[in-house]
Design a protein around this ligand. Structure first.
Ligand SMILES: Cc1ncc(COP(=O)(O)O)c(C=O)c1O
Length: 407
């Protein structure tokens, strides 16, 4: 017997992509893959060294709350990166084995069986990281997809929601810098959203796994925003992170998506409940992974180097695309979100004519009540490869799509 709750989950992004392109011959012998958000810059050399130096510890069960060295590294990074003070890792921080599993299982803590006398909702941007929808369903909530389109500044307009909609919501997912659009939530945006969440007893989960990949100014973080609000008398100064959790990852920051290492930080009440749940069913990282992760959070040089590489690729995108397909330089992240008219047609043409694999935006979004899919006009292009491969692919995208009328 299968749980019918998941019956209406559409095929996952990658399943849809395979259905579109597999069986279609690629337009070049060595295809260029710009679909997956998997960093391909070199992994810092010290990661392997630390893993090897600690390998005897694979023989031990690791603690759910991380090791003291890991906790100290994360607390120091939070204070350095966001100007926070007084971070107590035991109260404010928990490791996750990559943010995906954390973003998924946090819904079990945040979603009660009923809210305002009804089945709760989970609000999320549209398009969005697909994990959020499955998490909402798993926790027994109804996922509600809020347009994050050019018209809304590529972030959901939470302030436009009615009181009833907010009363029913148990959990909000926000991604900043956003995947796929790269938009960064401002302090003002956080002021409004955090205020709404506190007024309506909603847990705000902020997915900040792209927060270290930016061009100019470091994106404001959710906990940094909470601190700023507390300083301005917004909220309870004794409980500055109330209702708010920030998810952070080493995958993009340190080019170690295979290490599966991140953390969640914020509201001590939520962290305590989540820690208890994780003690029953969580997957703590192996001790050598905690050691490597601590080394990564303690080091900024490799992250600076990473940003230099992404910057060069966004420079190349500006030079090559010259604003075609609405190309813009995002506030953060490593994607181009290109308005090509019909994302599926463009992805197919790019694959069959140029051997360039990109992701149709529709596969990251859900149609609204009228059947309109806010990602349908777009392709997502991941700038994860070398500068040379990226330049080659961008030239092919420009040349191929100029001859294809996907509108
Ligand atoms: C928006 C977003 N959130 C979370 C993740 C998960 O990252 P990880 O589980 O590697 O930390 C990804 C990965 O691509 C992502 O794009």
């Amino acid at each position: 017997m299968l749980n019918p709750v998941f019956a209406n989950l559409p095929a996952h992004t990658w399943t849809q992509l395979r259905a579109l392109l597999n069986g279609v011959p690629a337009g070049r012998n060595d295809p260029l893959d710009l679909t997956i958000g998997e960093p391909r810059h070199p992994m810092p050399a010290f990661i392997n060294e630390v893993l090897e130096a600690n390998s005897a510890d694979y023989a031990k069960y690791p603690p759910i709350q991380g090791t003291p060295a890991w906790q100290q590294a994360v607390a120091a990074w939070l204070e350095r990166r966001y100007g926070l003070t007084g971070i107590d890792p035991d109260r404010h921080v928990l490791p996750v084995a990559g943010t995906r599993e954390g973003l998924f299982s946090i819904a079990f803590i945040a979603v009660p069986p009923r809210k305002a006398g009804q089945q709760p909702t989970v609000l999320m941007p549209n398009p969005f990281y697909q994990c959020y929808a499955a998490a909402a369903l798993s926790a027994g909530a109804e996922p509600v997809y809020l347009p994050a389109t050019a018209e809304t500044g590529f972030l959901p307009d939470f302030a436009s929601l009615g009181e009833d909609e907010l009363a029913r919501a148990a959990l909000v997912y926000l991604c900043t810098p956003a995947n796929p659009q790269g938009t960064v939530a401002s302090q003002d945006y956080f002021d409004t959203l955090i205020g709404l969440c506190r007024r309506h007893d909603i847990t705000l989960v902020v997915d900040e796994c792209y927060g270290e990949i930016y061009t100019d100014a470091p994106p404001v973080g959710a906990l940094e925003a909470c601190r700023s609000m507390a300083r301005r008398g917004l909220g309870d100064p004794a409980d500055p992170y109330a209702n708010v959790l920030s998810f952070q990852s080493l995958s993009k920051r340190s080019n170690v998506p295979g290490l599966r290492s991140g953390f969640v930080a914020g509201d001590p009440r939520l962290i305590a409940a989540y820690r208890e749940l994780r003690s029953y069913g969580g997957a703590p990282s192996p001790l050598p992974v905690y050691a490597a992760a601590a080394a990564a959070w303690n080091d900024e040089a490799h992250v600076d180097g990473n940003r230099v590489l992404y910057r060069a690729k966004f420079d190349a995108a500006e030079r090559i695309l010259q604003g075609r397909f609405g190309a813009y330089r995002p506030g953060g992240g490593f994607y181009l979100w290109l308005d090509v008219g019909d994302g599926e047609a463009a992805a197919k043409a790019l694959w069959s004519r140029a051997g360039v694999r990109v992701l149709p935006g529709a596969y990251l979004a859900r149609p609204d009540g009228s059947g309109y899919n806010p990602g349908a006009a777009y392709i997502r292009v991941a700038l994860v490869n070398s500068l040379e491969v990226t330049e080659l692919a961008l030239q092919s995208i420009r040349d191929t799509l100029e001859t294809v009328d996907a509108r």
